[in-house]
Design a protein around this ligand. Structure first.
Ligand code: ADP
Ligand code: MG
Length: 430
């Protein structure tokens, strides 16, 4: 039901986005203004101040172009949802500490720092009066927007420059929460007041705590789990020598193994490495003057393990792209099914058992965002194909993959609205 104009800033990969989102209440969002620009390469490994100054400048320019005739001086301080898609230790709804950089970023002096503060300081340097009302991961923003449009949304997946996912988990299934229960209502305010205010009196906190305990016993409360699945690893993953070399040459070796087999930043590099490896073999293949190109076929089959080779090398390149992309898409699909399984929404009846045919499957929506998924048709098709293959046709019909365009940014604006300082007294039960 939120209303008003909120801003968002989406930093987390190749492109950096600033957004202005107008909320009309009743699940209505007017067409957002979005500006995209690539992050200059040198800023990805420069200093914290350089990067955040650049972002703050772009944001300031964008804000100053508001120009819809309304008197902006009468407007309250603008509220910002900050999508920051790197591993963060979230310390409140609006703050968090950077654990490590990924996706080619590597600015040492930001690691261990509170990222909203970095941004707010840069905004202050640029004379921009704005408050970070929510610090969110892109998966969480995408989930928020997905859920705003469709309450059956249970997870969100990003497949762009990098890859990650988050999902809704029952609070009582989260072991980490048990410690929080005994603290002075930290989790209570997170869940019920949905904000961090310093003015909460002890008695208010106590009330929230009681409400929390009561609700926990009567409702299935949910929390969002940011999986950071890009860093998932298993010995079952089909890692090749190309993957091993790519990892060793990356700025973050031994990290983000799943991401390095799936996402847009790496697929082209895997293909390049395969083709590079082929070069010495090219001479041999070139000299094959048999009409059937049997030597070429042998080398490709035996050395590169690519059967049914077409005659032209061009086609071979296509084949390499196909293999690498198909593998990535199938791994991503396996990840999504993993989430569905974890929360008992894969149609198998979960731990309580029961035959597939006895169970009426509920609709489950997975919000998806990211250039690789939205722009790479073959990737998308392979992912869908694998979902059906793993879940079975019937169960797969109940799983809807919904593209939420600019969801990570628009969702952050939504979360900023929910946590804006206008709503201090707006305590709502979920
Ligand atoms: P981010 O938000 O991380 O910057 P995006 O969601 O904008 O990422 O996706 C950008 C990534 O998507 C690019 O790095 C590229 O790998 C991939 N991508 C973009 N366009 C295409 C395309 N036409 N085909 C395949 N991959 C694409
Ligand atoms: Mg993104």
């Amino acid at each position: 039901s939120e209303q008003g104009i909120y801003y968002a800033l989406d930093l987390g990969g190749t492109n950096f986005r600033v957004l202005r989102v107008q909320l009309g209440g009743q699940r209505s969002i007017l067409e957002p203004d979005v500006e995209r620009q690539p992050i200059p390469q040198h800023l990805m490994t420069s200093t914290s101040e350089d990067l955040f100054d650049f972002i703050a400048s772009s944001l300031k320019e964008f804000v100053e172009k508001e120009g819809d005739g309304s008197d902006t001086s009468l407007m309250r301080r603008r509220e910002l949802g900050f999508t920051f898609s790197f591993p963060v230790k979230q310390t409140s709804v609006s703050t968090g500490i950077l654990i490590k950089w990924t996706k080619g970023f590597g600015i040492e002096d930001t690691v261990g720092r509170e990222v909203s503060e970095c941004l707010e300081q840069a905004m202050a340097r640029k004379g921009l009066n704005m408050r970070v009302a929510a610090l969110v991961n892109d998966t969480v923003g995408t989930l928020a927007l997905g859920h705003y449009h469709d309450p059956d949304t249970i997870a969100a997946v990003i497949i762009g420059t990098g890859t990650n996912a988050c999902y809704l988990e029952r609070t009582d299934a989260i072991i980490k929460c048990q410690g929080l229960l005994t603290t002075s209502g930290g989790m209570v305010s997170f869940l019920y007041v949905s904000r961090q205010t310093s003015s909460d009196s002890l008695s208010d906190e106590l009330i929230y705590f009681v409400i929390y305990l009561l609700t926990l016993t009567h409702l299935h409360l949910h929390q969002v789990v940011n999986m950071e699945w890009g860093n998932f690893w298993s010995s079952h993953l089909p890692r090749t020598s190309y993957d091993i070399e790519l990892d060793a040459d990356s700025p973050n070796p031994n990290d983000q193994g799943f991401e390095k087999m799936i996402s847009g930043m790496y697929l082209g590099d895997i293909v390049r490495r395969v083709i590079l490896r082929m070069t010495p073999l090219m001479a041999e293949m070139h000299e094959d003057d048999s009409p059937e190109l049997t030597e070429v076929a042998r080398i490709l089959k035996d050395t590169l393990e690519i059967p049914d080779v077409p005659l032209k090398v061009r086609k071979l390149v296509v084949k390499v792209c196909d293999v690498v992309t198909r593998r990535a898409a199938r791994l991503a699909a396996a990840g999504i099914v993993g989430i569905l399984k974890k929360i008992g929404r894969d149609g198998s009846g979960g731990i309580t058992g029961g035959r597939r045919s006895d169970i009426k499957m509920k609709r489950a929506v997975v919000a998806i965002e990211g250039g690789l998924y939205t722009s790479y048709t073959m990737f998308r098709e392979y992912l869908h194909e694998a979902m059906i293959e793993i879940l079975g046709e019937e169960a797969a019909e109940h799983v809807i993959l919904m593209v939420t365009e600019d969801g990570s940014g628009v969702g952050a604006a939504l979360l900023a609205a929910t946590h804006s300082s206008d709503r201090v007294d707006n305590v709502q039960l979920l």
